[in-house]
Design a protein. Structure first.
Length: 364
């Protein structure tokens, strides 16, 4: 079982963020969330292969509350040997005690840096705007014994030049995390940044140059393994790789999504109530039944986000069906230089990764 837990509490709402969160921490709401989460986890019997705690900011809670959560996880879940246990953190919430908690209860930490430029952090409305705080938090994680750290950064930010982004990459190289995620800024509807009048972001051509810079800046330590993710084996995020390659997953907490596996006529996907109070009140999830063929196409396209794409035998194992049912739609993608094929596999070209949305438009 791939398990995701949504911890919805945050210091505030960053201007670019479209994820559901509560922009403050309330101990009473935390306790209510924790009690409901314990009841949900107590129902689980299937061993956990990957665990991912995201948010929100899981590390916003006081360390004694985090330890309660950690003990609930240990009490109610059975982890397979070598289970990847990931948690997100924000640098401004980290203390030596919290860093030690992360090292004891988790074996992978993903820290949201976004940029090492104070100007860029201000431009995107980041709640943590001091690059020195980010560096200090990273050092604290290392001192506490965290040996598998990922950093998240962003590019194509308002006012950011390619040279500025290159400086961010140089800082990443100096810090030497095991994993790097780098996302182009997307102006999501409903966010503060999307509604800002007169906002100027770099043109698409410059964003593409920055993406190409990512692939070349340190291909030994940080080979690209997915459109936005970079790591050398064995530090790729196994939870995300499982989702990209069609494995079922369970999401717990407000706004968390789940999808079942199997080869039935329809596949069920559901999303929990996108509001903490409604979720606590027991509002039922919203269900969506997906025709089997539509789910197979979705799985295939998601797998093309990864550099390795799909081994034909691997897709047949997951789907219970040969990849050949989509072959007529491959030809224009081959001709456009977006897909390539070997006797064993089909994958996106480098150009195909950059224009992955076009592949999805053709195949879905």
């Amino acid at each position: 079982m791939n398990l995701y837990i949504h911890v919805p509490f945050c210091h505030g709402k960053c201007a670019y963020c479209a994820f559901y969160s509560e922009p403050s921490f309330s101990l009473s709401l935390w306790n209510a969330w924790l009690n409901r989460m314990e009841r949900e986890l107590a129902k689980m019997s299937e061993p956990v292969t990957t665990l991912y705690l995201g948010g929100g900011t899981p590390t916003l809670a006081p360390v004694e509350e985090l330890e309660k959560l950690g003990n609930i996880l240990r009490k109610n879940l059975t982890f397979i040997p070598g289970c990847e246990r990931s948690i997100e953190c924000n640098p401004e919430t980290l203390t030596p005690e919290k860093a030690s908690f992360l090292a004891e209860y988790f074996n992978r930490v993903s820290m949201g840096a976004q940029s090492f430029s104070a100007a860029s952090l201000r431009a995107i409305g980041r709640t943590a705007r001091d690059p020195d705080v980010i560096r200090s938090a990273y050092s604290e994680l290392r001192r506490a014994g965290n040996r598998n750290i990922g950093l998240d950064i962003m590019y194509a930010l308002p006012g950011q030049r390619i040279d500025d982004f290159a400086c961010d990459l140089q800082t990443v190289s100096e810090l030497a995390p095991e994993h790097l995620s780098a996302y182009s800024l997307t102006l999501e509807e409903g966010t503060a940044l999307a509604s800002e009048k007169g906002l100027r972001v770099p043109p698409d051509e410059e964003s593409a140059e920055e993406w190409e810079l990512l692939g070349a800046f340190d291909p030994v330590r940080y080979p690209r393994y997915e459109i936005s993710n970079y790591a050398a084996s064995p530090h790729e995020c196994r939870h995300n790789q499982s989702v990209w390659h069609g494995e079922p997953y369970l999401g717990l907490g407000p706004a968390a999504s789940s999808i079942e596996g199997g080869k039935r006529i329809t596949i069920r996907r559901w999303t929990e109530a996108p509001d903490l109070r409604r979720w606590l009140a027991g509002e039922p999830p919203e269900f969506d039944d997906i025709p089997h063929e539509s789910r197979l196409r979705e799985i295939f396209v998601m797998g093309l986000r990864t550099v390795r794409g799909w081994e034909k035998s691997g897709f047949a194992k997951v789907a219970g069906r040969s990849i050949e049912f989509m072959r007529p739609q491959f030809f224009p993608l081959f001709d456009a230089g977006l897909l390539e094929e070997t006797p064993e596999a089909i994958r996106a070209t480098t150009r195909g990764l950059l224009f992955w949305d076009d592949i999805g438009t053709e195949l879905l």
